[in-house]
Design a binder for this molecule. Structure first.
Ligand code: FE2
Length: 356
């Protein structure tokens, strides 16, 4: 009524627009006190025509990361810290413990003789091993010894602990769906009394049982892979063979995605990962997708152009491409890139899109 009155009163006269704005503002102020807000004032910013990411492209160079992580080894033990991890924070999301809006990334180190005690949490985790050899992750009764390039899965609520029985520090990239879990406000976590779990299965059992083209009788169909460790020794020769066979995508190179061998789906419902080989001199076509993606250079060297930003990468460097930003890889040498994103979650929700 007030707006109609203002319109009527101000019809065709100077100052009419101001009158309406004043009346509207008074109305907005009044409804704000009742916990309401006019959609028409915010529509364009909440229902955007295209994805708007808060993230920035960024790279973390391993030589610098390693020396800073090593420094933390003299400051705190793995047991005290529970997990000795340096979080890789997106430069646009400082203080938010995340590398994209939905994913956490960090570099974890475990020194010889250390144990990172057993716990479990609602957030799912993956590790991609960067440096060192012979430390283990025990997950759900299997002790998986890890080597560089191995991709290790810790599904939602799976008990896990880490130990290093080797003589060298081990460093790996941790990626968790923590920000997504916390978005849903669905986080649970618990510690166990004993620092290590009993393991009944040998190293490599789950890969042998489920990742060999056969399945043990009675294998359950679940939305997470039963394989604990997708070893680099098994996966790298596949992308190499694809490359030699000329099976090279113009944007992604010779790429495989890690699959749940029971369903053919992604390894986890919230995160999916892949490994690609780029031939020497590769100049990828530009690509974009709605899943912000974390990459690790496993081998080689090159650069990725994200809009106007060029991210140079060498072995074990980690870099992030925000959602819906155009990017293109170039490889100066034959290179292997690991990648991980929230694509399965977006696909399950019908949101995922790609483009050029
Ligand atoms: Fe954990």
């Amino acid at each position: 009524m007030a707006i109609a009155a203002a319109k009527k009163a101000g019809n065709g006269k100077p100052g009419a627009k101001d009158d309406i704005e004043e009346v509207r503002q008074a109305y907005y102020d009044r409804i704000a006190k009742r916990g309401m807000r006019p959609l028409w004032k915010v529509m364009d910013s909440i229902v955007t025509k295209e994805p708007v990411s808060r993230c920035l492209p960024a790279v973390w160079h391993f030589d610098e990361v390693k020396s800073l992580v090593m420094e933390s080894g003299s400051l705190i033990t793995a047991e005290e810290a529970k997990r000795r991890v340096l979080i890789l924070e997106n430069p646009a999301l400082r203080g938010e413990s995340r590398v994209t809006n939905t994913l956490f990334a960090g570099i974890q180190m475990i020194l010889p003789g250390e144990v990172a005690p057993a716990h479990r949490h609602a957030a799912a985790a993956i590790r991609f091993v960067l440096d060192g050899e012979g430390a283990y992750t025990a997950v759900e009764g299997e002790k998986a010894f890890m080597a560089p390039g191995d991709f290790v899965i810790t599904a939602n609520w799976a008990p896990h602990d880490h130990g290093n029985t080797s003589k060298k520090p081990m460093l790996w990239l941790d990626v968790l769906d923590v920000p997504a879990v916390n978005f849903f406000e669905a986080s649970f976590a618990e510690d166990f009394d004993a620092p290590t779990q009993e393991t009944k299965r040998q190293d490599g059992d789950s890969l042998s049982f489920y990742g060999s083209g056969v399945l043990p009788d009675g294998t359950a169909v679940t939305n997470r892979t039963p394989v604990i460790n997708y070893t680099y020794a098994r996966t790298r020769p596949i992308v190499e063979r694809m490359m030699q066979a000329g099976n090279i995508d113009k944007r992604h190179g010779a790429r495989v995605h890690y699959a749940n061998p029971v369903t053919g789906g992604s390894v986890l419902p919230t995160m999916g990962a892949g490994l690609s080989m780029l031939p020497k001199g590769f100049k990828g076509e530009r690509y974009r997708s709605t899943d912000g993606t974390i990459f690790v250079c496993a081998e080689g060297g090159g650069s990725t152009k994200v809009d106007g930003t060029v991210l140079e990468w060498r072995p074990h460097d980690v870099f992030v491409v925000p959602p819906w930003k155009r990017y293109a890889h170039s490889a100066a040498k034959e290179s292997v890139l690991f990648s991980i994103s929230d694509r399965p979650a977006q696909e399950a929700l019908g949101l995922w899109r790609e483009g050029s």
